[in-house]
Write a protein that binds this ligand. Sequence first.
Ligand code: ADP
Length: 192
Amino acid sequence: MLNLIIFGPPGAGKGTQSEKIIERYNLAHISTGDLLRAERNAGTELGNQANEFIKKGELVPDAVVIGMVRNFISSHSSAAGFIFDGFPRTVAQAGALDEMLHEFNAEVNVVLGLEVEEDELVKRLLLRGQTSGRADDQSEDTIRNRFREYQSKTLPLSAHYTSQGKYRSVQGIGELDVIFNALCTEIDVVKK
Ligand code: ADP
């Protein structure tokens, strides 16, 4: 199994690059943001509860997200591997992911961190908000709150994975294909 995490702040390009990566490496794509929005659009209780956090730019509680990822992995157990996009976002989520993969005798192989500075991120998110219909991309206050959540709860994971020798930093500004090639170079190193 090949398991990748695409890591980085909101607006770094995780979703865009994930789409390209799954095509080349035949992985199952798991975006917790997409799963949560699908739950909300379906009007499930989980989706409605999660939306209270999403619209404020806060992280959804760990137990909710971890349960959703566990269901996704069990229903895709024959996948050649996974790309985790927007997950894990906390140390507790990272621990839960290790346990889930352990059940498949698998592990996180590499964490690809997209580096983009904050001013560029705000621009990208506001632009995306004009067409995505995502309310959390339309207010600069909400966007700034998502960055605060990222800084305090998610960024510490880069140190966690660096200490495991799994973190690779990739420049996230520039041509999409140049960024994609840089990501592929890192993936090819760990791909057996
Ligand atoms: P972005 O990376 O642009 O913020 P996402 O679609 O990944 O967009 O996430 C949107 C929102 O969904 C987040 O702000 C958060 O409220 C919620 N969310 C997504 N993934 C997680 C997660 N792993 N843990 C907690 N909340 C999450």
